[in-house]
Structure formats: structure tokens, C-alpha cells
Design a protein around this ligand. Structure first.
Ligand SMILES: Cc1cc2nc3c(=O)[nH]c(=O)nc-3n(C[C@H](O)[C@H](O)[C@H](O)COP(=O)(O)OP(=O)(O)OC[C@H]3O[C@@H](n4cnc5c(N)ncnc54)[C@H](O)[C@@H]3O)c2cc1C
Length: 392
């Protein structure tokens, strides 16, 4: 069997793309390393614009999750703004929270049911760009080399496809660290996503339903790296969450149901993620700082754009180039906004305090015309407005 597309990585991006290309009649092979998905402490809270992309790709109904209509921001330990996402976002939905490993199992299964060939437990040894590009891989000591019209690197933030294909990676300076774990038996209200801003750090609590929640703690690297990974750091992690102002009862009597892991938030990305019939999507193309919770949504926008480009022409080399330009615009807009927000929220000193008080008051009282990472993402107004929906 020969393939039109070989996709390395069966995460959110790889599976959603495989399902859509197979549905359009293309022969697709997915190569996934894991035989069973486990908790890697990844994204579990998707903004409303990501939900819209998930619906357009036909994957939303296959993810079991919790819609949270409200977004509550806490300051000094008390709620200071409660946003109705269903009423204040163009897509009219809340944010969508789900357990990442279950989402992966479900979507990779969906890709297979739709007609993609899925092989798991694969070790990919190399990708060679060209016409055609090829992938060398092995399973249980049996080696194979397969070529296709296009090879897609959907292999996440530490992408090897990216290195094998010779893409240059750029990285922002270190700024924020993010640590996360999974709570069970927590009374956190699950109709809302909760953002708690404290003096030293912030907490994002994403309820998954049935008294489970993913909790992340965000803090400045310049204040000292606390290395919040591993069981022995759980009590330090929880006391940081409490010190940020998160209600203590959210954590009292809860059970830690997954690993605790910390990551460096700094964005790393590739400009124009397509060359010689190898293309990158999702985190492999651009890992947006997880502190802003845009990665899942950006990944699905990549898939939407790549699907539309590949399905609109038989000239796939031109399609990849077109996709890469769309990707750069979308990710570039979100990146610019997250950089502004990081500067606004995390800079220290009296001038920064004064600016923060002034601008946050405006954001909470009259947000019209301001960037909105939660509701609009790359459709947000910036100093260079772009209408991405009509881009040809
Ligand atoms: C701590 C943290 C918190 C986050 N929080 C949020 C959030 O709240 N909201 C949000 O929107 N985003 C968040 N993100 C980002 C989000 O998780 C990612 O943007 C998203 O998972 C990217 O999807 P992907 O399919 O590109 O990559 P991944 O989810 O990483 O999937 C890649 C897949 O490729 C497989 N793979 C890797 N290498 C190989 C190989 N060599 N061969 C075969 N298979 C391979 C992996 O096993 C995996 O299944 C967070 C990220 C982190 C680290």
C-alpha cells in the first residue's frame, strides 16, 4: 500500500488531521510511539475558538469533556470578574476541559475508524525530505522505509521530525515556568474555569467534571526555579496554589491522581513550517507558552488550515506553502498578544504596577477592541488587523 500522507505523532493534531484527510479519500498512515496514552501533563483547557475549530473538524463530539460557561478571575483571594463565555464570545461557547490521554485514545481510534492506517509502538529513526519524502521506522526490531507525497511532523514540542527535516528553531527568552497535576475529589465548581492571580504566581484550575480538575501553577523564572516536578514536590506545589489565593477547600481532602511536572513556558517555533514535502503542525511547528492556554486551539487551527489547503488542490507542494503562510499569520498574531500580556502581567516594579492597574481596569470594564486570547485568539485586534477567515 502506498500513502498520500504519513503523519508522525497521533496526538490531537496528528489524529484530527488523519481523520480529516482519510475522510476526504486520502491514504493516510499514522505512526505513534505510545501503545497506550498516559498523563504527560499537557493541555486540558481549550478556549472557545479552539472549540469552534474542533467542531469544524468533526472531532468535538468524540471528546468526553466538561464545558465551562464561566471564566472567573480571582484577585487577592476573591472573585473579581466572572465572564459569561457563552454570551461574550463570537462562537457562543464556554471553554472545554478534558482529560488529555482519553482525548488522544478517542481521536486516534476515530482516525482509524475513518480509514487511516494507525500503527502504534513505533520508533521512528529518521525522516528524509524530498520528492518523495520518506520515513524510516521500526517496530519489534523489524525495520521499514515508506515514502508518501507528504510527511507531517505532528510529534509535539520536542519534535524530532523538525530536526531531521532541518528546520531552524527559534525560542523566546525564558520568562515563565508552569507546573501541573491532576486532582480528584475536589469541590471546585465545575461550571467555570478559574484563574487565580496572586502576588508570586497564578493558578489555573480547569475542572474536568466528576470532581476532577487539572491544576496548573504559573510563576516567574526570575524569582527562582522551584523545580516543581515529582511526588516529593506536591506539598510545595499545593502550598504555592494556596498562597496565590486559591480557596484552600479546593485542595483539602483531595487526591493527587497524576504526575506533577514542570515545564519552561518560553515559546519555541519554526518560521514557515514546510519544506521539501515535509510539514509541521501543532506544537512541532510552534509550541506556544502553555501559561496562556492557546496550544490546543492553535493545533486545531493548523489542522483546519492544512486540511483545507491539501483538499483544495492536487499540487500539494503549493498547498504546503500556502498552509505555512497561514500558520505564520495565526501563530504570529497569538504570539504577539501573549508577549504583550506577559509584559503587562508579569513585569515587576512601580511603573509596571501602575500600568497593570490602569490597563486591567479597562480590560475588565470595557474590553471591546482589546486583544482577547480566550474569546478571539488570532482573530483578536492587534496593531495590524488581519482577517484570517477570508485569506485566500
Ligand atoms: C504543562 C502544559 C500545560 C498546557 N496547558 C494547555 C492548556 O491549558 N490549553 C491549551 O490549549 N494548551 C495547553 N498546552 C499545550 C498543549 O498540550 C499542546 O499545544 C497540544 O497538546 C499539542 O498537540 P500536538 O498534537 O501538536 O502534540 P502532542 O500532544 O505532544 O502529541 C504528539 C504525539 O506524537 C507522539 N510522538 C512524539 N514523538 C514521536 C515519534 N518520534 N514517533 C512517533 N510518535 C511520536 C507522542 O507520543 C504524542 O502522541 C499545555 C502544554 C503543557 C506542556
Amino acid at each position: 500500500m502506498s500513502f498520500d500522507a504519513i503523519i508522525v505523532g497521533g496526538g490531537l493534531g496528528g489524529s484530527a488531521l488523519a481523520k480529516n484527510l482519510a475522510e476526504a479519500g486520502h491514504r493516510v498512515l499514522v505512526l505513534e510511539r505510545e501503545t497506550r496514552f498516559k498523563d504527560r501533563v499537557r493541555g486540558e483547557q481549550m478556549h472557545p475558538w479552539g472549540v469552534a475549530a474542533a467542531r469544524s473538524l468533526g472531532v468535538y463530539d468524540h471528546i468526553i469533556g466538561n464545558q465551562t460557561r464561566w471564566w472567573i478571575t480571582y484577585l487577592g483571594g476573591s472573585p473579581m470578574a466572572k465572564r459569561d463565555l457563552a454570551r461574550t464570545t463570537p462562537h457562543g461557547v464556554g471553554s472545554f476541559n478534558f482529560y488529555h490521554p482519553d482525548m488522544q485514545e478517542s481521536l486516534l481510534g476515530l482516525a482509524e475508524q475513518t480509514g487511516a492506517e494507525v500503527r502504534r509502538g513505533i520508533t521512528v529513526d529518521s525522516v528524509v525530505p524530498g520528492s518523495p519524502p520518506s520515513v524510516k521506522f521500526q517496530k519489534n526490531g523489524k525495520r521499514e522505509v515508506i515514502s508518501a507525497q507528504v510527511v507531517v511532523g505532528a510529534d509535539g514540542r520536542n519534535s524530532m521530525v523538525r530536526s531531521w527535516a532541518g528546520f531552524q528553531v527559534q525560542q523566546d527568552p525564558d520568562r515563565l515556568l508552569i507546573a501541573g497535576t491532576l486532582l480528584e475529589v475536589t469541590p471546585v465548581p465545575d461550571d467555570s474555569t478559574h484563574l487565580v492571580a496572586g502576588p508570586e504566581g497564578a493558578v489555573l484550575m480547569a475542572p474536568l467534571g466528576e470532581k476532577r480538575a487539572r491544576v496548573y501553577y504559573l510563576y516567574r523564572k526570575a524569582d527562582g526555579d522551584q523545580h516543581l516536578s515529582g511526588n516529593q514536590k506536591v506539598s510545595e506545589f499545593l502550598s504555592n496554589c494556596r498562597a496565590a489565593g486559591a480557596p484552600g477547600e479546593w485542595f483539602d481532602g483531595t487526591h493527587i491522581a497524576g504526575p506533577l511536572a514542570q515545564f519552561n513556558g518560553a515559546d519555541h517555533w519554526v518560521d514557515h513550517p514546510a519544506r521539501d514535502n515535509v510539514v509541521l503542525t501543532g506544537d512541532a511547528a510552534a509550541a506556544s507558552d502553555p501559561d496562556w492556554g492557546c496550544g490546543l486551539s492553535l493545533t486545531l487551527l493548523d489542522v483546519l488550515h492544512l486540511r483545507d489547503c491539501l483538499c483544495s488542490t492536487s499540487d500539494w507542494s503549493a498547498a504546503l506553502d500556502h498552509y505555512a503562510r497561514k500558520h505564520d499569520r495565526c501563530y504570529g498574531t497569538v504570539h504577539q498578544i501573549t508577549n504583550w500580556m506577559a509584559e503587562l502581567i508579569w513585569t515587576t516594579g512601580p511603573a509596571a504596577d501602575e500600568r497593570r492597574a490602569r490597563i486591567l481596569a479597562r480590560i475588565f470594564s470595557d474590553p471591546a477592541g482589546l486583544p482577547d486570547l480566550i474569546g478571539l485568539g488570532p482573530e483578536s485586534p492587534t496593531d495590524e488587523p488581519k482577517d484570517l477567515s477570508h485569506e485566500s
